[in-house]
Design a protein around this ligand. Sequence first.
Ligand SMILES: N[C@@H](CCC(=O)N[C@@H](CS)C(=O)NCC(=O)O)C(=O)O
Length: 215
Amino acid sequence: MINLYCSIKSCGEANYIAAHKAGLIGTKIHPVLVNLQNHIIVTGPKKGSDFFQVNPKGNVPTLVLEDKTVLNENGSTFLYISDLNPESGLAPPVNSIERYEFISLLSFLSSELHQSVAELFWVTKGSLKEFCLKRAKDKLSYVEKELVNNEKKFLFQDKFTALDAYLIVILSWTAPLGIEIEDNYPNLENYRDNLQNMDYIKAAQADIQTLSLNK
Ligand SMILES: N[C@@H](CCC(=O)N[C@@H](CS)C(=O)NCC(=O)O)C(=O)O
């Protein structure tokens, strides 16, 4: 079994949602929860141990494969999970031009949108906060105008992919950080609400919550 180290409401949860949608949780992937405040593993046989021993960077998502290879960074983990079940359509096939377009969007989500929104967790006041807030809003405006316009239900082409799992988790961070999607980004609001109502998203989120309750 492959271990997926993740945390509730983090980009690790996004990887869990993708794996859940592809039917991989419990069949090929075993989820392990990590407390990102203190970097302690909170479920499974390694409960109570230091997550830095698994991944020296201390961040999720982290996959530990059966041969003990450690894969980390969303740009890698989402693709690995997707390729465990190519039929799931979580990512386009290897060698297709769509694969490269998909990787481009995945890189944008992880290196630009994710980081510009998440830095507001740490930068909470002053002119630096204003700068970071504007930067995050600019990235969201790009998604609003270019990626989820025309009532698009999914980020890439016309079906659910790993990118959607990633984007809805990033969008769940915005309200506590003072960015109101409802007031400013109608396309993103539609996109988010539509996905949030999908049974497979609700089921994945309920399952990861159960995992945290049973720790
Ligand atoms: N560069 C990483 C960033 C992943 C990341 O920021 N993960 C966060 C959760 S969303 C995390 O683990 N933060 C805790 C830490 O870095 O100690 C990627 O793109 O995958």
